[in-house]
Structures are given as C-alpha cells and as structure tokens.
Design a protein around this ligand. Sequence first.
Ligand SMILES: Nc1ncnc2c1ncn2[C@@H]1O[C@H](COP(=O)(O)OP(=O)(O)OP(=O)(O)O)[C@@H](O)[C@H]1O
Ligand SMILES: [Mg+2]
Length: 349
Amino acid sequence: MKDEILNIDDIDFSVSIDSLIESNAIPPKFKKCTFENYYPDNNYPSQEEAKNKLKAFVKQMEDFRKIKERPKLLRAISKVKKPKNIYLDGVYGVGKTHLLAAIGNEYKHKSAFLSFSELTYLIAYYTLEDVVKELSCKFDIVLIDEFELDDPGDAMMGINFIRQMNKTDCVVVATSNTLPSQLGQRKLDILVFKERIGKLVNSFDTIIIDGKDYRIKLKKIEFNETSKSIESIFETYKTKGRKKLIVDFERLIEKLKEVHPFRYTQLSYNLDALFIENLRPFSSEELMDALRFTHLIDTLYYGDVEIFASGKYNIFDLFHPDLKDGKFKTKIGRCLSRLSEKCTLITQT
Ligand SMILES: Nc1ncnc2c1ncn2[C@@H]1O[C@H](COP(=O)(O)OP(=O)(O)OP(=O)(O)O)[C@@H](O)[C@H]1O
Ligand SMILES: [Mg+2]
C-alpha cells in the first residue's frame, strides 16, 4: 500500500533536457491511439476526410523514405516527392492530438512527438540550428502538438523552426492550440495562421476538422464530489500500476518554481492520481505561478492522470480575470478545459 504513495520531495527531477528528443515518445494518454480507433462522426464529413488524408500521408512518408537515401540524380527523377507539412486545425476535443499520435503510432519508422512548449524549451536551451539538425537527423516526421500562434514571439520562433525544417528531409505535422470557439472564430484562426506564417503557408496542407467535443462522451466522473473528504478519497483510491500523491496547493506551487517545466513529466508520468489540497485562485500578480501550473496540467493531461482537488472555489474562478483574458488566455483556457475533463473538485464549506 505504501509503495503506491509518492511524496513530492522524493521525486527525482534530475532528467536531462536531451530526454525530450531521446524519448520522442507519444504521451501515455495517446499511446494507443490509431486511425482504427478514431471513429469519425458521420455528421461531420471533415472527420472521415481528415483520417483518410492522414492515412495517405503516412503512406506517402513510407514511400518518400525509400527514395530519400538515393543519390541526388536518381532522386530528382523519381515521381515521389517530399510530402508537404500538415497543419491540423479544428475545434476543441475533436481528436487532433489523437490523430497526431496515430501518425506516430502507425508510421513504421522514426517520428518524434513534442508539444510546442517542449520545442521552445529545447530551442532556448540549445539553438534553433542545433535542434533542427538533431531532429532532422534522427527522425523522418516531427509531430508538434499545440502550435502556438497567440504569442507573437513564440509564433515567430515556430515559424523560424518550420523555415529551417523545410530545408531538410524531415516533415512537420502540427496541431493548432485554439480553444472551443464558433466556426467563424476558427476561420479567423486560419487567417491568423496564414498571416503569421506568410509564404511558408505554401509548404503546408491545412486540414480542418469540425465536430463536437469527444470528451463529453468519455467523461466518467462527476465534476463535484462533495460527500467525502479529499483525504478519505486519497486513502481508498486504488492505483493502476503507477502512484498517487497528495500535496497542499501552496507546497505544489513552491515545488513547481524549483524545477524546470520540461521536468514536470517526472511527476506526471509516474502518477495515476494527483490530489491537491486547498486549491485557491491565482491573483493577477501571480502570472508566473499560474503559467507553471498550466504547464503542469498539460503534462498531467498527457500523462492521463486523474486529478482531485479540494477548495472553496469553482474551477472556472481559478485564474484572476486579468490572467484569463490576458496575453496567455489560450494556455489558461486550455488548462481550465482540461481540468474540467480530468479534475474532481471536492468543495470545502
Ligand atoms: N473520433 C474519435 N474517436 C475516438 N476517440 C476520440 C475521437 N475524437 C477524440 N477522441 C478521444 O477524445 C479525447 C480527446 O481528444 P484529443 O485530445 O485528441 O482532442 P483535441 O482535438 O486534441 O483537443 P484539444 O483541442 O483540447 O487539444 C482523447 O482521449 C481521444 O483519444
Ligand atoms: Mg490536443
């Protein structure tokens, strides 16, 4: 029983940044995602179309791989050309990351899966040139989840990354990171993408998926569970091969400050469930803490970790309105949507 419990101070966070490239792994939540177990909704033909296009893309990559190693002249006369990059855009919860992972799971050779945040950490640590060289030497496809366009600085970095990758034989598939929004808004997002990315847009095929949030079908637990205390739920929670951890919110926030965000997976990927006591809202002065927390939630989501939190507040009040509507509104909105899928709130009175 004790072995199931992880203490926050016992976690070994000392993983090297190279592990981001070396592990190149599809996150636990998406490990089993394939085209086969992506079930298109017949009410939205774009889902079936996206699936078929991406399956065809995997086939094209297999063909391209065969001619890649050939001498230049032979390669030039081949009908097989390097496939275009793909930008996978769509409303929230329609399976963009599922399909991205399916590419990685079904492609027989080497692909790397990185979130856009992980890519920015790598580039900040090394240089753009080194990251491009490393990825393009080791992999045929780089899958980037949640390509960010809302922050112009990050968007520029992403664009420079694509520009350099286009000079190599490696192909990029990216998903958008936009939140639930009306169809009109989606069209605007595509325009922003096109505007930000300029001529580079020609190196992309854009696939748009419409539909309803699939998570609503998946949600197993009630959002609020008021009858029991968080400690008693923690005591009786049965782990499924990984561990469980209970921690006070303030201690968690302190710990997140001490550790570089790319290392948060050391916590998230080793847990079945995280129990946060005394959750309280982030004030407008706590932007950095709030961003670290949102990154933790992203990794917990990838890790498929159940979250239980006790507190007096509604999850949707977790961030001060200045943060919620500020520069990082997409990251924060995404965090709230993931919490609404993964978090059971135990309301304290
Ligand atoms: N058509 C589908 N068939 C089977 N499973 C699906 C389908 N669509 C989504 N899912 C599942 O629903 C969950 C949410 O999907 P996913 O995370 O891929 O959505 P998303 O479009 O990336 O959402 P977000 O915009 O929040 O990043 C995942 O567990 C995924 O496997
Ligand atoms: Mg996604």
